[in-house]
Design a protein around this ligand. Structure first.
Ligand code: NAP
Ligand code: ZN
Ligand code: ZN
Length: 346
């Protein structure tokens, strides 16, 4: 057993605190990663505060992980000691069901093993990336291109893939009109990626405060949805909407901004339901869909795409003792646009 330094939630209502945790021995197919940087995703906060349901404490979260391989198991072929690698939201799956066999391990029929707060194959609870080390099966470890900035790349492992996957699946590209709702960690990467794919991008954000950034990321337009009549003026505008908002929204008003046969893909995960009128879908034959991260193959494709197009997350690097403060700032949308923890400070 290896020990690792970490930051953990002791309960749903207390601040995160330093904790030493154990990592399993490196098995034949495992790699040991010395984590250098870990992003803070809004899902980390939903999870430790038990907004999505009960979890087991203490819990280490974090599923935007980058670091170096420091040891490999005897049967490892994909990664070598010294490689710059990443780990996202899942660390295993059944590998036998039709979804796993088709390369959709994120939709594994028995549920993929999440990087944290999930029952691992050995029965222990997985512990995430706010930590100095992690042991992961090589098949769930990504190669991080050297062209991407080491201290800023981590958020691609969740926020990047979660926006890339639906943009690719719904064919964002030249000629398509894409709206990104909410410009936070996910949203700002959704904008950059959709622009790089060639789409005409509109940012739908609550106020004017992020307008300059939206345009700098390549968006054609920014609309402050808090303004009276803002959504009404956009009726029938978009082929595809990616909703990244962490709180419930008036879905009917957003669906009305779709063109006929357009799709609103929800990736934001508020604990509350999102009520929808049947007529919002019937009129114009519109679709409402969801999307969960992306497959390992697609995550590697996204990392390579970002390296090729020079896309990197906008980040604020913090020391571990600022994690609790960072959580409050995420909840107040007071970050441009993702916190990354320097794990040397754990
Ligand atoms: P985030 O950085 O907090 O960004 C969310 C953005 O939503 C904010 O920046 C804000 O944008 C907008 N927003 C926040 N509260 C709002 C409210 N009450 N009303 C309207 N807009 C509001 O969060 P994130 O890390 O990007 O994650 C976003 C959501 O996606 C979370 O629920 C997270 O759990 C979920 N998620 C899902 C997946 C998946 O696989 N489906 C993966 C990762 C995360 P503006 O200031 O521009 O309005
Ligand atoms: Zn996440
Ligand atoms: Zn499976």
């Amino acid at each position: 057993m290896l020990t690792a330094k970490a930051y953990a939630a002791p309960s749903a209502t207390e601040p995160l605190v330093p904790l030493t945790i154990e990592r399993r021995d490196v098995g034949p197919k495992d790699v040991l990663i010395a984590i250098r940087y870990a992003g803070i995703c809004h899902s980390d906060i939903h999870t430790v505060r038990e907004e999505w349901g009960p979890i087991t404490f203490p819990q280490v979260v974090g599923h935007e992980i980058v670091g170096e391989v420091t040891e490999v198991g005897s049967a490892v072929t994909k990664h070598a000691v010294g490689d710059r690698v990443g780990v996202g939201c899942m660390v295993n799956s059944c590998r036998e069901c039709e979804q796993c066999r088709a390369g959709n391990e994120h939709y594994c029929l028995s549920g993929n093993t999440q990087t944290y707060a999930s029952v691992d194959r050995d029965g222990t609870i997985t512990q995430g990336g706010y930590s100095t080390h992690v042991v992961v099966d090589e098949d769930f470890v990504l190669t991080v291109p050297e062209a991407l900035p080491y201290d800023a790349v981590a958020p691609l492992l969740c926020a990047g893939i979660t926006t890339y996957s639906p943009l690719a699946r719904w064919n964002a590209g030249p000629g398509s009109r894409v709206a990104v709702v909410g410009m936070g960690g996910l949203g700002h990467l959704g904008v950059k990626i959709a622009v790089a794919m060639g789409a005409e991008v509109t940012v739908l954000s609550r106020s004017e405060s992020k307008k300059e950034d939206a345009l700098a990321f390549g968006a054609a337009r920014h609309v402050a949805t808090g303004d009276d009549g803002a959504l009404e003026s956009l009726r029938g505008s978009f082929d595809l909407i990616i909703n990244t908002v962490s709180a419930p929204l008036p879905m009917d008003a957003y669906l009305a901004t779709l063109r006929p046969e357009g799709a609103l893909v929800n990736v934001g995960a508020p604990p509350q339901p999102l009520p929808v009128s049947a007529f919002s879908l019937i009129i114009g034959g519109r679709s409402l869909a969801g999307s969960n991260i992306g497959s390992i193959r697609e995550t590697q494709e996204m990392l390579d795409f970002c390296a090729e197009h020079g896309i990197a997350p906008e980040t604020e690097l913090i020391s571990a003792d600022r994690i609790n403060d960072a959580y409050e700032r995420v909840l107040n949308s007071d970050v441009r646009y993702r916190f990354v923890i320097d794990t040397a400070t754990l």
